[in-house]
Design a protein around this ligand. Sequence first.
Ligand code: SF4
Ligand code: SF4
Length: 173
Amino acid sequence: MSTQIAMEPRASYDHAICAACGGECCRRMAGACSPADIARLFPAADLRSSVLLALRSGRYAVDWWEAEPLIPFVRAAVKGHEGRLHHPAWAGECTFFNGGCELSDDDRPHQCRILRPRENGECEMPPGYESKLAYAEMWGATGIDLMEIGLDLSGASSDESGTEGGDEDGHAE
Ligand code: SF4
Ligand code: SF4
């Protein structure tokens, strides 16, 4: 497992290709966030507080890489599951997808910013980011216990039942 928060690669958008595609990736799964994404979008005294703000917004959730133990990370929420703190989804449309992305180019999750669109539909992640494990490792390096963090929030739902709580099929990689 890496011990550093990965640097932020520059965005690799090609809006023309994505407009023609219609957002297949966004309809398939919500993008994973880096710790820096959450710190920037939800300014607070520390990263843990930023994560709490993100979760309280209902538009972000904790998912995890299936390992022993589970390795959690933060991603955008899946549509219809907004407000769930821990949501081990395998697929589902992103909460921010509404014919296009609601978020500005800069505010989109790290995974969305670095995905390289291809006209043939074989869009690709840069080396080192091919799976959600890269995001799980980034979050693991922060030392924040994302599996317990939601327990601070009253009145919000949480599903910590592991793989049995997953939705639909095929965890986005
Ligand atoms: S990145 Fe690829 S799959 Fe996603 S909207 Fe653009 S062309 Fe479509
Ligand atoms: S945040 Fe925007 S770009 Fe990323 S998956 Fe959601 S709708 Fe798509």
